[in-house]
Ligand binder design. Structure first.
Ligand code: PFF
Length: 453
Protein backbone atom coordinates (compact mmCIF):
# COMPACT_ATOMS: atom_id res chain seq x y z
CA UNK A 1 0.00 0.00 0.00
CA UNK A 2 1.26 3.45 -0.88
CA UNK A 3 1.59 5.69 2.12
CA UNK A 4 0.39 9.28 2.12
CA UNK A 5 3.08 11.94 1.89
CA UNK A 6 3.54 13.35 5.37
CA UNK A 7 2.37 16.90 5.87
CA UNK A 8 5.69 18.01 7.34
CA UNK A 9 7.96 16.97 4.47
CA UNK A 10 8.59 20.66 3.77
CA UNK A 11 9.22 22.54 0.54
CA UNK A 12 12.10 24.61 -0.77
CA UNK A 13 11.98 28.21 0.36
CA UNK A 14 11.28 29.07 -3.29
CA UNK A 15 12.74 28.72 -6.74
CA UNK A 16 16.12 29.95 -5.58
CA UNK A 17 16.20 27.35 -2.79
CA UNK A 18 15.44 24.65 -5.34
CA UNK A 19 17.99 25.90 -7.86
CA UNK A 20 20.68 25.99 -5.18
CA UNK A 21 19.92 22.56 -3.81
CA UNK A 22 19.47 20.92 -7.21
CA UNK A 23 22.54 22.63 -8.64
CA UNK A 24 24.36 21.61 -5.46
CA UNK A 25 23.43 18.00 -6.19
CA UNK A 26 24.30 18.26 -9.88
CA UNK A 27 27.55 20.20 -9.58
CA UNK A 28 30.20 18.14 -7.89
CA UNK A 29 33.03 15.74 -8.56
CA UNK A 30 31.11 14.67 -11.65
CA UNK A 31 31.92 17.98 -13.30
CA UNK A 32 35.43 18.57 -12.10
CA UNK A 33 36.89 15.13 -11.44
CA UNK A 34 34.84 12.73 -13.60
CA UNK A 35 34.11 14.80 -16.71
CA UNK A 36 37.74 15.59 -17.65
CA UNK A 37 38.81 12.04 -16.86
CA UNK A 38 36.02 10.51 -18.95
CA UNK A 39 36.76 12.99 -21.75
CA UNK A 40 40.44 12.09 -21.67
CA UNK A 41 39.60 8.40 -21.99
CA UNK A 42 36.95 9.08 -24.61
CA UNK A 43 39.21 10.85 -27.08
CA UNK A 44 38.69 14.51 -26.08
CA UNK A 45 36.52 16.61 -28.42
CA UNK A 46 34.40 13.76 -29.71
CA UNK A 47 33.43 12.82 -26.16
CA UNK A 48 32.59 16.45 -25.37
CA UNK A 49 30.41 16.74 -28.46
CA UNK A 50 28.45 13.56 -27.68
CA UNK A 51 28.14 14.66 -24.05
CA UNK A 52 26.66 18.03 -25.07
CA UNK A 53 24.14 16.34 -27.36
CA UNK A 54 23.23 13.95 -24.54
CA UNK A 55 22.66 16.81 -22.08
CA UNK A 56 20.44 18.77 -24.44
CA UNK A 57 18.51 15.95 -26.13
CA UNK A 58 18.26 13.45 -23.28
CA UNK A 59 19.38 15.01 -20.00
CA UNK A 60 17.04 17.99 -20.00
CA UNK A 61 13.91 15.97 -20.93
CA UNK A 62 14.76 13.29 -18.33
CA UNK A 63 15.36 16.04 -15.76
CA UNK A 64 11.83 17.35 -16.31
CA UNK A 65 10.42 13.82 -16.30
CA UNK A 66 11.95 13.16 -12.89
CA UNK A 67 11.01 16.55 -11.46
CA UNK A 68 7.40 16.16 -12.60
CA UNK A 69 7.09 12.68 -11.04
CA UNK A 70 8.36 14.15 -7.78
CA UNK A 71 6.04 17.12 -8.01
CA UNK A 72 2.99 15.00 -8.76
CA UNK A 73 3.55 12.58 -5.90
CA UNK A 74 5.59 14.43 -3.25
CA UNK A 75 7.32 11.17 -2.40
CA UNK A 76 10.66 9.36 -2.51
CA UNK A 77 11.41 7.43 -5.75
CA UNK A 78 9.91 4.10 -4.62
CA UNK A 79 6.85 5.76 -3.06
CA UNK A 80 6.40 7.92 -6.15
CA UNK A 81 6.11 4.93 -8.49
CA UNK A 82 3.87 3.17 -5.95
CA UNK A 83 1.58 6.18 -5.95
CA UNK A 84 1.42 6.50 -9.74
CA UNK A 85 1.35 2.80 -10.63
CA UNK A 86 0.09 0.85 -7.62
CA UNK A 87 0.21 -2.92 -7.81
CA UNK A 88 2.74 -2.97 -10.68
CA UNK A 89 6.46 -3.63 -10.99
CA UNK A 90 7.23 0.05 -11.64
CA UNK A 91 8.25 0.77 -8.02
CA UNK A 92 11.22 -1.52 -8.73
CA UNK A 93 12.58 1.31 -10.91
CA UNK A 94 12.63 3.46 -7.79
CA UNK A 95 14.26 0.56 -5.94
CA UNK A 96 17.00 0.33 -8.57
CA UNK A 97 17.56 4.05 -8.18
CA UNK A 98 18.00 3.67 -4.44
CA UNK A 99 20.51 0.88 -5.07
CA UNK A 100 22.39 2.97 -7.65
CA UNK A 101 22.51 5.87 -5.16
CA UNK A 102 24.10 3.54 -2.64
CA UNK A 103 26.57 2.17 -5.20
CA UNK A 104 27.58 5.61 -6.44
CA UNK A 105 27.99 6.97 -2.92
CA UNK A 106 30.33 4.08 -2.11
CA UNK A 107 32.93 5.14 -4.68
CA UNK A 108 32.11 8.85 -4.77
CA UNK A 109 32.97 9.19 -1.08
CA UNK A 110 36.44 7.74 -1.76
CA UNK A 111 37.21 10.49 -4.29
CA UNK A 112 35.55 13.08 -2.06
CA UNK A 113 37.95 11.91 0.66
CA UNK A 114 40.89 12.67 -1.66
CA UNK A 115 39.65 16.27 -2.02
CA UNK A 116 39.81 16.62 1.77
CA UNK A 117 43.31 15.12 1.74
CA UNK A 118 44.31 17.62 -0.93
CA UNK A 119 42.76 20.48 1.02
CA UNK A 120 44.88 19.42 3.98
CA UNK A 121 47.99 19.25 1.82
CA UNK A 122 47.19 22.68 0.38
CA UNK A 123 46.75 24.12 3.87
CA UNK A 124 50.08 22.70 4.97
CA UNK A 125 51.80 24.34 2.00
CA UNK A 126 52.46 21.37 -0.29
CA UNK A 127 51.45 23.20 -3.47
CA UNK A 128 53.91 26.02 -3.63
CA UNK A 129 55.99 27.00 -6.64
CA UNK A 130 58.30 24.45 -8.19
CA UNK A 131 56.10 21.35 -7.93
CA UNK A 132 56.97 19.27 -11.00
CA UNK A 133 54.64 16.91 -12.87
CA UNK A 134 56.57 13.92 -11.45
CA UNK A 135 56.36 15.21 -7.87
CA UNK A 136 52.67 15.87 -8.29
CA UNK A 137 52.05 12.35 -9.57
CA UNK A 138 54.06 10.98 -6.65
CA UNK A 139 52.04 13.00 -4.09
CA UNK A 140 48.84 11.61 -5.54
CA UNK A 141 50.07 8.02 -5.57
CA UNK A 142 51.28 8.36 -1.99
CA UNK A 143 47.96 9.70 -0.75
CA UNK A 144 45.62 7.27 -2.44
CA UNK A 145 47.89 4.25 -2.12
CA UNK A 146 48.23 4.44 1.67
CA UNK A 147 45.44 2.38 3.19
CA UNK A 148 45.21 4.39 6.42
CA UNK A 149 44.63 7.87 4.93
CA UNK A 150 42.47 6.52 2.07
CA UNK A 151 40.11 4.72 4.46
CA UNK A 152 40.12 7.47 7.05
CA UNK A 153 39.29 10.20 4.56
CA UNK A 154 36.45 8.11 3.08
CA UNK A 155 35.05 7.44 6.55
CA UNK A 156 35.36 11.12 7.41
CA UNK A 157 33.46 12.20 4.32
CA UNK A 158 30.69 9.66 4.85
CA UNK A 159 30.41 10.69 8.50
CA UNK A 160 30.05 14.39 7.61
CA UNK A 161 27.45 13.52 4.96
CA UNK A 162 25.50 11.39 7.43
CA UNK A 163 25.74 14.17 10.02
CA UNK A 164 24.05 16.61 7.65
CA UNK A 165 21.42 14.20 6.32
CA UNK A 166 20.59 13.09 9.88
CA UNK A 167 19.31 16.50 10.81
CA UNK A 168 17.47 17.08 7.54
CA UNK A 169 18.98 19.35 4.92
CA UNK A 170 20.64 21.75 7.31
CA UNK A 171 20.25 25.45 6.78
CA UNK A 172 23.99 25.68 7.08
CA UNK A 173 24.71 23.64 3.99
CA UNK A 174 22.35 25.60 1.80
CA UNK A 175 23.81 28.84 3.06
CA UNK A 176 27.36 27.58 2.61
CA UNK A 177 26.58 26.45 -0.93
CA UNK A 178 25.17 29.89 -1.72
CA UNK A 179 28.55 31.47 -1.00
CA UNK A 180 30.89 28.66 -2.00
CA UNK A 181 29.42 27.81 -5.39
CA UNK A 182 30.10 31.34 -6.71
CA UNK A 183 33.59 31.15 -5.17
CA UNK A 184 34.17 27.86 -7.02
CA UNK A 185 33.06 29.50 -10.26
CA UNK A 186 35.40 32.43 -9.66
CA UNK A 187 38.37 30.17 -8.84
CA UNK A 188 37.73 28.10 -11.96
CA UNK A 189 37.68 31.20 -14.14
CA UNK A 190 40.99 32.39 -12.68
CA UNK A 191 42.49 28.92 -13.23
CA UNK A 192 41.14 28.90 -16.78
CA UNK A 193 42.96 32.14 -17.58
CA UNK A 194 46.17 30.74 -16.12
CA UNK A 195 45.85 27.36 -17.83
CA UNK A 196 45.15 28.60 -21.36
CA UNK A 197 48.02 31.07 -21.19
CA UNK A 198 50.56 28.41 -20.16
CA UNK A 199 53.00 27.51 -22.95
CA UNK A 200 51.31 24.92 -25.16
CA UNK A 201 47.99 25.41 -23.37
CA UNK A 202 46.08 26.08 -26.58
CA UNK A 203 46.83 22.55 -27.82
CA UNK A 204 44.81 21.33 -24.89
CA UNK A 205 41.91 23.60 -25.81
CA UNK A 206 41.89 22.19 -29.30
CA UNK A 207 42.09 18.56 -28.04
CA UNK A 208 39.14 19.30 -25.78
CA UNK A 209 36.98 21.17 -28.28
CA UNK A 210 37.82 19.71 -31.70
CA UNK A 211 35.95 16.48 -32.28
CA UNK A 212 37.73 13.76 -34.23
CA UNK A 213 34.87 11.75 -35.70
CA UNK A 214 37.06 8.74 -36.33
CA UNK A 215 37.29 8.30 -32.55
CA UNK A 216 33.55 7.71 -32.20
CA UNK A 217 33.05 4.26 -30.66
CA UNK A 218 30.16 2.59 -28.79
CA UNK A 219 32.12 3.08 -25.58
CA UNK A 220 32.25 6.82 -26.20
CA UNK A 221 28.48 6.84 -26.68
CA UNK A 222 27.66 5.02 -23.48
CA UNK A 223 30.20 6.82 -21.33
CA UNK A 224 29.11 10.24 -22.63
CA UNK A 225 25.47 9.40 -21.98
CA UNK A 226 26.36 8.04 -18.55
CA UNK A 227 28.36 11.19 -17.87
CA UNK A 228 25.47 13.49 -18.82
CA UNK A 229 23.13 11.58 -16.52
CA UNK A 230 25.68 11.31 -13.71
CA UNK A 231 26.50 14.98 -13.86
CA UNK A 232 22.84 16.02 -13.80
CA UNK A 233 22.08 13.52 -10.99
CA UNK A 234 19.60 11.67 -13.22
CA UNK A 235 18.44 8.09 -13.61
CA UNK A 236 18.25 7.23 -9.91
CA UNK A 237 15.50 9.41 -8.54
CA UNK A 238 17.54 12.18 -6.90
CA UNK A 239 15.62 14.69 -8.99
CA UNK A 240 12.32 12.93 -8.21
CA UNK A 241 13.14 13.52 -4.56
CA UNK A 242 14.22 17.13 -5.12
CA UNK A 243 11.20 17.81 -7.36
CA UNK A 244 8.96 16.54 -4.58
CA UNK A 245 9.88 19.57 -2.48
CA UNK A 246 9.21 22.11 -5.26
CA UNK A 247 6.53 24.66 -4.22
CA UNK A 248 3.28 24.08 -6.11
CA UNK A 249 2.67 27.74 -6.83
CA UNK A 250 6.02 28.44 -8.52
CA UNK A 251 7.23 28.02 -12.05
CA UNK A 252 9.55 25.08 -12.77
CA UNK A 253 10.70 25.26 -16.43
CA UNK A 254 13.15 28.12 -16.06
CA UNK A 255 14.48 26.87 -12.71
CA UNK A 256 15.07 23.37 -14.10
CA UNK A 257 16.80 24.65 -17.22
CA UNK A 258 19.03 26.89 -15.12
CA UNK A 259 20.23 23.88 -13.13
CA UNK A 260 21.01 21.94 -16.33
CA UNK A 261 22.92 24.78 -17.96
CA UNK A 262 24.87 25.67 -14.81
CA UNK A 263 25.93 22.04 -14.51
CA UNK A 264 27.04 21.87 -18.13
CA UNK A 265 28.87 25.19 -17.87
CA UNK A 266 30.92 24.09 -14.86
CA UNK A 267 31.93 20.86 -16.61
CA UNK A 268 33.10 22.75 -19.69
CA UNK A 269 35.01 25.20 -17.54
CA UNK A 270 36.73 22.33 -15.72
CA UNK A 271 37.76 20.81 -19.05
CA UNK A 272 39.13 24.14 -20.22
CA UNK A 273 41.31 24.26 -17.12
CA UNK A 274 42.50 20.66 -17.12
CA UNK A 275 43.33 20.00 -20.78
CA UNK A 276 45.48 23.08 -21.41
CA UNK A 277 47.32 22.37 -18.14
CA UNK A 278 47.76 18.74 -19.12
CA UNK A 279 49.19 19.53 -22.53
CA UNK A 280 51.38 22.28 -21.18
CA UNK A 281 52.89 19.91 -18.60
CA UNK A 282 53.46 17.34 -21.36
CA UNK A 283 51.40 14.70 -19.60
CA UNK A 284 49.49 11.78 -21.05
CA UNK A 285 45.84 12.61 -21.87
CA UNK A 286 44.85 9.05 -20.82
CA UNK A 287 44.76 10.38 -17.29
CA UNK A 288 42.49 8.01 -15.38
CA UNK A 289 40.85 8.93 -12.07
CA UNK A 290 43.93 10.83 -10.91
CA UNK A 291 43.76 13.35 -13.74
CA UNK A 292 42.55 16.46 -11.89
CA UNK A 293 44.57 15.74 -8.78
CA UNK A 294 47.82 15.26 -10.66
CA UNK A 295 47.43 18.03 -13.23
CA UNK A 296 46.22 20.93 -11.11
CA UNK A 297 49.24 21.19 -8.79
CA UNK A 298 51.32 21.90 -11.90
CA UNK A 299 49.06 24.90 -12.53
CA UNK A 300 49.25 26.12 -8.94
CA UNK A 301 53.03 25.87 -9.17
CA UNK A 302 52.95 28.38 -12.02
CA UNK A 303 50.75 30.98 -10.34
CA UNK A 304 51.49 33.82 -7.96
CA UNK A 305 50.07 32.76 -4.57
CA UNK A 306 49.50 29.27 -6.00
CA UNK A 307 49.20 27.78 -2.53
CA UNK A 308 46.29 30.06 -1.74
CA UNK A 309 44.50 29.16 -4.98
CA UNK A 310 45.02 25.52 -4.13
CA UNK A 311 43.32 25.98 -0.75
CA UNK A 312 40.42 27.83 -2.35
CA UNK A 313 40.03 25.28 -5.13
CA UNK A 314 40.14 22.12 -3.02
CA UNK A 315 38.01 23.74 -0.30
CA UNK A 316 35.28 24.57 -2.81
CA UNK A 317 35.59 21.19 -4.47
CA UNK A 318 35.11 19.41 -1.14
CA UNK A 319 31.95 21.46 -0.50
CA UNK A 320 30.67 20.81 -4.04
CA UNK A 321 31.23 17.10 -3.40
CA UNK A 322 29.42 17.34 -0.08
CA UNK A 323 26.29 18.90 -1.58
CA UNK A 324 26.28 15.93 -4.01
CA UNK A 325 26.91 13.18 -1.43
CA UNK A 326 24.08 14.66 0.63
CA UNK A 327 21.69 14.14 -2.29
CA UNK A 328 22.98 10.59 -2.89
CA UNK A 329 22.52 9.60 0.74
CA UNK A 330 19.22 11.49 0.96
CA UNK A 331 17.64 9.27 -1.73
CA UNK A 332 18.51 6.09 0.18
CA UNK A 333 17.56 7.57 3.56
CA UNK A 334 14.24 8.93 2.24
CA UNK A 335 13.41 5.39 1.12
CA UNK A 336 14.08 3.84 4.55
CA UNK A 337 12.26 6.65 6.35
CA UNK A 338 9.18 6.78 4.10
CA UNK A 339 8.80 3.16 3.08
CA UNK A 340 10.33 1.22 5.96
CA UNK A 341 9.40 3.52 8.81
CA UNK A 342 12.98 3.95 10.08
CA UNK A 343 13.89 7.10 11.98
CA UNK A 344 15.98 9.55 9.95
CA UNK A 345 18.75 9.21 12.48
CA UNK A 346 18.90 5.42 12.27
CA UNK A 347 18.63 5.46 8.46
CA UNK A 348 21.39 8.04 7.94
CA UNK A 349 23.85 6.33 10.28
CA UNK A 350 23.24 2.75 9.18
CA UNK A 351 23.18 3.50 5.45
CA UNK A 352 26.41 5.49 5.71
CA UNK A 353 28.04 2.69 7.74
CA UNK A 354 26.96 0.05 5.20
CA UNK A 355 28.17 2.28 2.41
CA UNK A 356 31.57 2.48 4.03
CA UNK A 357 31.86 -1.31 3.79
CA UNK A 358 31.26 -1.18 0.03
CA UNK A 359 33.67 1.78 -0.19
CA UNK A 360 36.54 -0.16 1.40
CA UNK A 361 37.56 -2.11 -1.74
CA UNK A 362 37.30 1.08 -3.82
CA UNK A 363 39.53 2.93 -1.37
CA UNK A 364 42.05 0.09 -1.40
CA UNK A 365 42.03 -0.32 -5.18
CA UNK A 366 44.32 2.63 -5.80
CA UNK A 367 47.58 1.02 -4.85
CA UNK A 368 47.00 -0.23 -1.32
CA UNK A 369 45.90 -3.69 -2.44
CA UNK A 370 47.73 -5.05 -5.48
CA UNK A 371 44.87 -7.41 -6.35
CA UNK A 372 42.10 -4.79 -6.18
CA UNK A 373 44.26 -2.33 -8.06
CA UNK A 374 44.92 -4.82 -10.83
CA UNK A 375 41.22 -5.66 -10.92
CA UNK A 376 40.38 -1.95 -11.33
CA UNK A 377 37.66 -2.11 -8.70
CA UNK A 378 36.94 1.61 -8.49
CA UNK A 379 36.80 2.06 -12.26
CA UNK A 380 34.41 -0.84 -12.49
CA UNK A 381 32.13 0.60 -9.80
CA UNK A 382 32.15 3.89 -11.66
CA UNK A 383 31.09 2.17 -14.89
CA UNK A 384 28.52 -0.20 -13.35
CA UNK A 385 26.65 2.34 -11.25
CA UNK A 386 27.56 5.59 -12.94
CA UNK A 387 27.13 4.53 -16.57
CA UNK A 388 25.01 1.40 -16.80
CA UNK A 389 22.91 1.87 -13.64
CA UNK A 390 21.91 5.41 -14.51
CA UNK A 391 21.35 4.68 -18.22
CA UNK A 392 19.02 1.77 -17.47
CA UNK A 393 17.27 3.87 -14.79
CA UNK A 394 16.77 6.79 -17.19
CA UNK A 395 15.49 4.44 -19.91
CA UNK A 396 12.85 3.02 -17.58
CA UNK A 397 11.85 6.46 -16.33
CA UNK A 398 11.31 7.60 -19.94
CA UNK A 399 9.25 4.51 -20.74
CA UNK A 400 7.19 5.06 -17.62
CA UNK A 401 6.44 8.68 -18.46
CA UNK A 402 6.01 8.01 -22.18
CA UNK A 403 3.74 5.01 -22.05
CA UNK A 404 2.37 4.41 -18.56
CA UNK A 405 1.84 7.78 -16.92
CA UNK A 406 1.69 9.83 -20.12
CA UNK A 407 3.64 12.87 -21.40
CA UNK A 408 0.51 15.00 -20.86
CA UNK A 409 0.72 14.34 -17.12
CA UNK A 410 4.39 15.21 -17.13
CA UNK A 411 3.67 18.51 -18.88
CA UNK A 412 0.84 19.26 -16.46
CA UNK A 413 3.23 19.02 -13.50
CA UNK A 414 6.08 20.81 -15.25
CA UNK A 415 3.68 23.68 -15.98
CA UNK A 416 2.02 23.68 -12.57
CA UNK A 417 2.24 27.15 -11.03
CA UNK A 418 3.81 28.66 -14.12
CA UNK A 419 3.57 29.25 -17.84
CA UNK A 420 3.08 26.77 -20.62
CA UNK A 421 6.27 25.16 -21.88
CA UNK A 422 7.21 26.33 -25.36
CA UNK A 423 7.28 23.38 -27.76
CA UNK A 424 5.38 21.08 -25.41
CA UNK A 425 4.61 18.69 -28.28
CA UNK A 426 8.34 18.36 -28.95
CA UNK A 427 9.10 17.61 -25.31
CA UNK A 428 6.35 14.96 -25.24
CA UNK A 429 7.67 13.35 -28.43
CA UNK A 430 11.25 13.41 -27.20
CA UNK A 431 10.48 11.80 -23.84
CA UNK A 432 8.27 9.17 -25.46
CA UNK A 433 10.36 8.15 -28.46
CA UNK A 434 13.69 9.92 -28.82
CA UNK A 435 15.10 9.40 -25.32
CA UNK A 436 14.14 5.73 -24.88
CA UNK A 437 15.23 4.84 -28.41
CA UNK A 438 18.55 6.62 -28.08
CA UNK A 439 19.32 5.13 -24.67
CA UNK A 440 18.18 1.63 -25.65
CA UNK A 441 20.23 1.75 -28.85
CA UNK A 442 23.35 2.73 -27.00
CA UNK A 443 22.85 -0.02 -24.43
CA UNK A 444 22.01 -2.65 -27.07
CA UNK A 445 25.03 -1.66 -29.12
CA UNK A 446 27.28 -2.18 -26.14
CA UNK A 447 25.75 -5.54 -25.28
CA UNK A 448 25.84 -6.82 -28.85
CA UNK A 449 29.36 -5.68 -29.59
CA UNK A 450 30.49 -6.94 -26.20
CA UNK A 451 32.41 -3.71 -25.59
CA UNK A 452 31.58 -3.47 -21.95
CA UNK A 453 34.40 -1.35 -20.68
N1 PFF B 1 25.79 14.93 -10.00
C1 PFF B 1 26.81 14.64 -9.04
C2 PFF B 1 28.13 15.12 -9.60
O1 PFF B 1 28.19 15.49 -10.77
O2 PFF B 1 29.12 15.12 -8.88
C3 PFF B 1 26.87 13.19 -8.67
C4 PFF B 1 25.52 12.59 -8.37
C5 PFF B 1 24.77 13.11 -7.34
C6 PFF B 1 25.02 11.60 -9.19
C7 PFF B 1 23.50 12.61 -7.12
C8 PFF B 1 23.76 11.11 -9.00
C9 PFF B 1 23.00 11.63 -7.96
F1 PFF B 1 21.81 11.18 -7.76
Amino acid sequence: MATQPSSDRGVWSGKLGFVLAAAGSAIGLGNIWRFPYMASEGGGGIFVLVYLICVLAIGIPVLFAELSIGRATERNPVGAFKALAPGTLWPAVGGMGVLAGFGILAFYSVIAGWTVGYLWMALTGDFGPGVTAEQSAQMFTDLIGSPGPALLLTAFFLAVTAGVVRGGIAQGIERAAKVLMPVLLFVLIVLLVRAVTLPGGLDGVSYFLKPDLSELTPTVLVTALGQALFSMSLGMGAMITYGSYFPRDQSLPFAGTTVALADMGIALLAGLVIFPALFSAGMDPQGGPGLVFVVLPTVFANMPAGGLWAVLFFGCLAIAALTSTISLLEVVVAYFVDERGWSRNKAAISVAAACFLLAVPSALSQGASAWLTEFGWLDIQNIIWGNYGLSVGALLICLFVGFKWGPEKMLEYVELGGNRVPGRGVLAFVIRYVCPLAIATVLAFIIITGQYF
